[in-house]
Write a new protein. Structure first.
Length: 319
């Protein structure tokens, strides 16, 4: 019987039909915008990526990493969440670049259903206060105390929380870590009730409204900031010169724009090693993101004073 069971005459088991999920009744659908705001470097982009379930916003320890309004979508059951990550509001520099970034922040919070105001748990300074003062009075705001896992004496948070409640009539207080799956799941439940009953705006499988060309420039900029650390001023940027698709291959040429000749040397590195590493890590990340082969070519150019030039800031893609 064993031989017969293993032989050619054995019948293959009947395929099990996969159950298709029941379609969502349009009348039961919820959809709305949730803005993620806060000062630079409080974990907004890490939070967005965790909520979407995939990397759509770049991260680094360098302040001012996020420079654009990044929209990430996640559809769970009948609810479609449209999250909007914003640049950290800039208070230190008054150049054309920072004016454009602040305009992006203001535009993002003007027409949303819910605002997640992200601060570091137990901390609140002048930069946080500046962002809080800009939030519209007619939109519910959830106080999201990020990096809660790093707080050693949680009893100390009680007076801090009381002081925060005196600053603004927050709809809710959520202590959490953007790196903890359970906290992210809880945040979905909290956000859902603030979103209106209305049809979804995007395909349920969509994760972002940003183009692949945009994602390529952002990924190069992330590796640039991560590999140069604090040596390179935050005003450096990346411009995509060519984006071509040849079957399963994407050919990309990009220019890293810096403000001084000395910065160019920092990016290229001894024997071109730094630039090569930036390109390799960006290429590997893009191949993982798109599941295809990528050919990436990088150049470095000096454009003195570009961050103070309104026309050039616009030409580099900043509104």
């Amino acid at each position: 019987m064993l031989a017969r069971a293993l032989g050619k005459e054995s019948a293959a088991p009947a395929p099990v039909a996969e159950e298709m999920p029941d379609p969502i009744d349009p009348a039961a659908q919820r959809c709305g915008f949730v803005a993620i705001v806060g000062k630079p470097n409080v974990g907004k982009s890490t939070l967005l990526n965790a909520l979407v379930g995939q990397k759509v916003s770049i991260t680094s320890r360098k302040a001012q990493t996020t420079r654009h309004r990044i929209t990430g979508m996640r559809t769970l059951g009948p609810t479609q969440f449209v999250f909007v990550d914003t640049p950290g509001f800039q208070t230190r520099h008054g150049n054309a670049l920072n004016r454009a970034l602040n305009k992006t922040v203001m535009g993002a919070v003007s027409d949303v259903d819910l605002i997640l105001f992200v601060v570091e748990a137990g901390s609140f300074n002048q930069a946080d206060a500046k962002v809080l003062s800009l939030l519209p009075a007619n939109v519910p705001v959830v106080l999201l105390a990020n990096k809660f896992d790093l707080v050693h004496r949680r009893a100390d948070l009680a007076p801090w929380l009381r002081s925060m409640q005196e600053r603004h009539p927050f709809a809710e207080f959520v202590p959490m870590s953007a790196k903890t799956v359970k906290d992210i799941q809880r945040l979905f439940t909290i956000c859902e009730k603030y979103l209106p009953l209305q049809p979804w705006m995007h395909d349920p499988d969509a994760l972002t409204d940003r183009s692949e060309r945009f994602m390529a420039s952002e990924m190069v900029r992330e590796k640039l900031f991560r590999l140069t650390g604090d040596e390179l001023p935050y005003t450096s940027t990346v411009v995509i010169d060519k984006f071509e698709e040849e079957g399963a291959l994407k050919r990309i040429a990009a220019t890293i724009v810096v403000e001084r000749e000395g910065h160019k040397g920092m990016v290229i590195g001894e024997g071109g090693e730094k630039l090569k590493r930036i390109g390799t890590e960006a290429r590997q990340e893009l191949e993982k993101l798109w599941d295809c082969k990528v050919f990436l070519e990088l150049w470095v150019k000096v454009r003195s004073g570009w961050a103070d030039d309104d026309a050039r800031v616009r030409s580099f893609g900043y509104e």
